[in-house]
Every structure is written in C-alpha cells, then in structure tokens.
Design a protein around this ligand. Structure first.
Ligand code: GLY
Length: 302
C-alpha cells in the first residue's frame, strides 16, 4: 500500500512573521521521516519519529518551546496510539522530558497501564533510562518573555487570547505499507494554565485516535473544548460514512457548534486519503502527496 504521512504544527492565528518557521518545521518533520516510512518503517515508528522532530523545534508548543504555566513551569502532555491493537500510551504534566512522545510509547509498550502523570511518569522515565533534561533546556527566551507579559494580567483567559497567542501543539498520523495506522500528539498545553491542568492531547479520542478499520486523527487547539466532543474519535467515527475531508469538516463543525470550540485536525483514512480542517484562522501542516513530494503549508480559513 502507498504509505501516508501528515503532520501538524498547530491551529491558531499564526502571525506572518512566524509563518516560515512553521512551514519549515512541518516540512522538515515529513521530509526527514517519509523515506523510512516508504522503505517499510511502521506507522507507529513513523509518528513517533515525526513528533520527536517537532518536539525538538522551538517553533512549536511541544517539548522545547512549550508554554509556561501559572507558576512559570513547563508541563508537557502527549499520547501515541496504535491502530492495529487500539493500544495507546499517554502522559501528562511531565516537566523534564524533551521527547514526551517517546515516553508515551514506553508507557504503552513497557507497562500494563495506558497513562502516567506527573511525578509517576517522571519516575518511570528514570527507571527505563529515558534521559531527564533540566526544564531550563526546554524553555525559550520567547516563552519567558510571553509569560512575563501575561503572568499578572487579570484579564488573561486561555480562550480569549487563543487566536492571538498560543503556538501549536504538534501531531502526526501515518499509514504504513502494510496498511497499519498510528497517530501521535504532543503539547505544552495552554499559556498560564493552572499547574496540573491537562488538556486534550493525552486524552484518548480527544487529542488523537487510530483504528486500522477506519483511520487515524491528531487534533490541535483549545483543549477544554476538544475534550468535550472527543474530536479525534468523532472524526474517526465520521470516517465510517464520509470521505476523509468531509469527516474532518464535520468534526470541526461539531466542535464549533456544540461547544463553541476552536481547533483543527489532520486525518488519514484506511484507504490513504487525507483530511484536514480547522476553525481557527490558520493551521500549519505538511503531508506527502501522491507523487511522494512533501507539501507544507499554512492553510487560511475561508
Ligand atoms: N490542545 C492542547 C491543549 O489544549 O492542551
């Protein structure tokens, strides 16, 4: 089967001055990983590898470059899902891991659990030898400056400035040459979130979902709304009766009309068709087209 890979770098009102960084970042994640996918790498390995590249890139709100919470600390959430078995691994509120997506996969593969949080997740990381980093290595000057701007602003609310401030959660969905599908999502959450706040990204069916029988999805946007409609599972459910593009549009419409939510998503269906939609003004994403070329873009809402 023709392999497929699509990644996103967040849905929000990406200012023009940051557009090139976003396009470059998502392009790089697909271009670096696709040759291995085409040579037979599994969908699971592919989404992990692509998200690791995006976590390394300070452009995005994941791994390095994540937002700071109300205490001025980084707390990261991530999940990965295998469409073959419906197994998934997730973590929330970890502070000293550069690649939460790899730790999420370890949770899926090396524990009898699906999700670990906070100190427990960090303890597990130590036990299995996932390198801890000083959280200061994840902090960028840009995020520190932004935190200092908003930390004492009594008007600041996560949703109100959503369009103007947040950077992107990252995610990937792949179908490998065997037709297996996987999805992964990683984030630093929202700016000035309460410590301990967990968004949609590590919640199965909200931040990501994958089922070989229908397809896979990764979501991005305002987590408190995405969770309410289980955006990724909703999109996968729509795949049973609609094309990938229509399923993406219908699920974002559900997000908007049912809970006045904001966000976007990327999809691959079991036949290898892509879907993408967002109700934020822009979304950054990249995919491999029919000819094996990488298409990377900032899509502007019509
Ligand atoms: N979508 C990322 C978050 O709200 O945490």
């Amino acid at each position: 089967m023709k392999p497929r890979l699509i990644v996103h770098g967040g849905a929000w009102s990406i200012p023009e001055k940051f557009e090139q960084d976003h396009i470059k970042g998502v392009h790089q994640a697909v271009a670096a990983v696709y040759p291995d996918l085409a040579s037979g790498m599994s969908a699971l390995d592919t989404v992990e590898a692509a998200v690791k590249i995006l976590e390394d890139d300070p452009t995005f709100d994941a791994g390095r470059g994540a937002f700071l919470n109300a205490f001025g600390e980084i707390e990261l959430d991530a999940m990965i899902m295998d469409g073959v078995t419906l197994n998934f691994g997730a973590l929330a509120a970890v502070q000293n891991i550069l690649h939460p997506i790899t730790l999420a996969r370890m949770i899926m593969e090396k524990t009898e659990h699906c999700m670990l949080v906070g100190a427990g997740a960090q303890h597990f990381a130590e036990q299995i030898g996932v390198k801890a980093v000083d959280p200061r290595e994840l902090l960028t000057a840009r995020e520190l400056e932004f935190y200092n701007q908003i930390k004492n602003d009594p008007e600041f609310k996560t949703k109100n400035p959503f369009e103007s401030f947040p950077k992107g959660t990252v995610g990937a969905v792949a179908r490998d040459i065997h037709g297996n599908i996987a999805a992964a999502t990683s984030t630093g959450g929202t700016p000035r979130k309460l410590p301990g706040r967990v968004g949609d990204s590590p919640i199965i069916g909200a931040g990501a979902y994958a089922d070989n029988r229908v397809g896979g999805c990764s979501a991005t946007g305002w987590g408190e709304s995405i969770m309410k409609v289980l955006l990724s599972k909703t999109a996968c459910d729509f795949l049973t009766t609609h094309s990938a593009m229509r399923a993406a549009e219908l699920s974002v419409a559900e997000l908007e009309t049912r809970v006045q939510g904001l966000g976007g998503l990327i999809l691959v269906d079991r036949n290898g068709s892509y879907g993408f939609a967002h109700n934020t003004s822009k979304m950054a994403f990249a995919f491999v087209d029919e000819d094996g070329n990488v298409a990377a873009k900032i899509r502007v809402a019509s």
